[in-house]
Design a protein around this ligand. Sequence first.
Ligand code: GLY
Length: 359
Amino acid sequence: MQVRSGNEIREQFLRFFETKGHRRVHSSSLVPANDPTLLFTNAGMNQFKDLFLGAERRDYSRATTSQKCVRAGGKHNDLENVGFTRRHHTFFEMLGNFSFGDYFKREAIQYAWELLTSKEWFGIDPAKLYVTIFEGDASVPRDSEAYQYWLEVGVPEERIFELGVKDNFWAMGETGPCGPCSEIYYDFGREAAEDPSVDKPFPEDEQRYVEIWNLVFMQFDRAGDGTLTPLPKPSIDTGMGLERISCVLQGKLSNYESDLFVPLIRRVAQLANAKLTVNDLEGGLAEALAVADLDVAASMRIIADHSRAATFLISDGVLPANEGRGYVLRKIIRRAIRHGRFLEQTEPFLFQIDRKSVV
Ligand code: GLY
């Protein structure tokens, strides 16, 4: 199969859900509208929060989006991980499908499985996939329905795992819509393992088994004291990182080797020519980053990631400041500049990181 670009993958996702009756809705701003509980938009469902709560109505009950997200402050904060893992980003795009009191678990699971495994769509080998369901706790029972629906689409029982609140109960923030979730993991194989000489089973190896899609079964509104009140209508909220699914579908081991990042990494390499030249990169990014000093590779990833976050935050109206959102942006820019210094950049360089500059 021909390798798809990140842009094509985004389009395929949205188109798939349009064929299932979903309205394609534009991404909202990274600055959440009318929501003081959130620093930045951190998930596709944010712009639909009031629909889940039953406080707003629209002329559609199914939607699909590719949402700009920043996870660099507040409940979901990945800032310090960025650069040192293959998967974390401060800015990323979350692909999602939503049901506002329309379909629920059965269809959400059927759609997800069809999109991922059908040859007409993503065509991923089911033997590479695992799924998880919520095991239950004192306030919410085990998700036996999700278990049943995974069996129905053909996932063998030995590939369905039950995990606790940390992995399988999703909440937007300390308060607001939340519910049990079911996650789909991709097996990147021994090559990606923490120690490639050890064949660990799912879910023991976090490098090898990577969550690619989270299906949230929105059922509750959580109050400040932790009380869960059932939502007026059970709903669906899903989130799949475009960068992760692009890495999978392009046969790479790291998101930074996908076409969404390679031009940026090349540009960083071009600017920081003392350590790793564009020519080194011609042989393949993975190989080039592997021969580069570990710290150099991390700095390159950090600069590529942070330049995206800074660009999208500024274009949504956030400016560096001493507090709040502006302070987080300032931290992101400072961190990128510090890593530029590690790559011997003494002049301003961050403004030159763009996809088009590599000659
Ligand atoms: N709202 C689903 C997720 O962020 O994973």
